[in-house]
Design a binder for this molecule. Structure first.
Ligand SMILES: NC(=O)c1ccc[n+]([C@@H]2O[C@H](COP(=O)([O-])OP(=O)(O)OC[C@H]3O[C@@H](n4cnc5c(N)ncnc54)[C@H](OP(=O)(O)O)[C@@H]3O)[C@@H](O)[C@H]2O)c1
Length: 263
């Protein structure tokens, strides 16, 4: 029987690239969007479902209508930038609702089914930038770091049941990612935040294609015992390696320097 794969957020970007690749390879692919009816160029053969991760009702309804799933890919997420001081707690909750609370609720529902079956894989997409604590990404970074810690705990709990939990942490992928930027005109951080926002967009524009992450997904599918964390791009793997070798104070200086900040 064909392996069944469920991927959140396949309307565009990385999620779409994963869905296209696995569909082409003969997997039975199920995927989501908040508005599947609005997707113009649906992938032939893929089953589309409606899912809004900020709504518990939507999550329950979606999971209940799905068959048994062999691999869950938690790809959907909301990206956000701006000075921490200027981001309301309401906005922080909104981002955590999607990137953390909604994602873990969905994961728990699949985890239970997989545990009862004694098999399954779950891949969560985080971000490498979280562990570098990039300035003006406090909300997005912390929501993804929370997901990483949660996933690594779950991984250890589920291992005896034959269920494998894995994180993929991309750094910069040219996916056309939708990035919300909040910075009031009178913010004390305006000049540096605008600068970092511009640099980040330039890095994204010149980054590798989603194919690198798709390659990592295939590696995990074809591995019996996947690792806890994969960094999808070569450049990201080099940064992660360097971070392990250097003192925190040096990593902090290099992080600021990479964004053109001199303080
Ligand atoms: N691109 C990068 O450089 C990069 C780096 C690190 C991590 N990531 C992570 O990789 C994942 C994919 O990123 P991407 O670059 O492909 O971003 P994207 O192009 O902005 O796509 C995001 C996807 O998430 C879905 N989504 C957004 N809000 C949602 C919600 N409330 N409920 C359910 N689905 C929602 C969107 O679907 P609809 O709008 O159709 O609902 C869309 O398919 C994200 O988790 C992102 O944080 C990306």
């Amino acid at each position: 029987m064909k392996q069944r794969i469920f991927i959140t957020g396949i309307s565009k970007g990385i999620g779409r690239a994963i869905a296209e690749d696995l569909n082409r390879k003969g997997f039975e692919v199920y995927g989501t969007s908040r508005s599947p009816e609005k997707i113009q160029n649906k992938i032939e053969g893929v089953h589309y479902f409606e899912l809004d991760l900020s709504s518990e009702n939507s999550i329950m309804k979606c999971v209940e209508s799905l068959p048994e799933i062999d691999l869950l890919v938690n790809n959907a997420g909301q990206s956000q930038m701006g000075p921490a001081e200027n981001i309301s707690n309401e906005k922080v909750r909104e981002i955590f609702e999607v990137n953390f609370f909604g994602t873990i609720l969905l994961t728990k529902m699949f985890a239970q089914r997989m545990r009862e079956r004694g098999a399954g894989k779950i891949i969560n997409i985080g971000t490498l930038s979280g562990s570098f604590a990039m300035p003006f990404q406090s909300t997005y970074g912390s929501s993804k770091i929370a997901l990483t810690t949660w996933s690594l705990c779950l991984r250890k709990e589920m291992k005896p049941f034959g269920v494998h939990i894995t994180m993929i942490e991309p750094f910069y992928i040219n996916s056309g990612i939708q990035l919300e930027y909040i910075c009031p005109e009178d913010s004390a951080y305006k000049a540096s935040a605008d600068h970092v926002y511009r640099i980040r967009n330039e890095k994204l524009d010149s980054a590798v294609s989603p194919a690198e992450l798709v390659h990592t997904i295939n590696e995990i599918i074809n591995t019996k015992n996947p690792k806890g964390i994969y960094v999808s791009e070569r450049k990201g793997r080099v940064f992660r390696f360097i971070k392990r070798l250097l003192p925190d104070s040096t990593v902090e200086k290099l992080t600021l320097k990479s964004l053109g900040l001199k303080y």
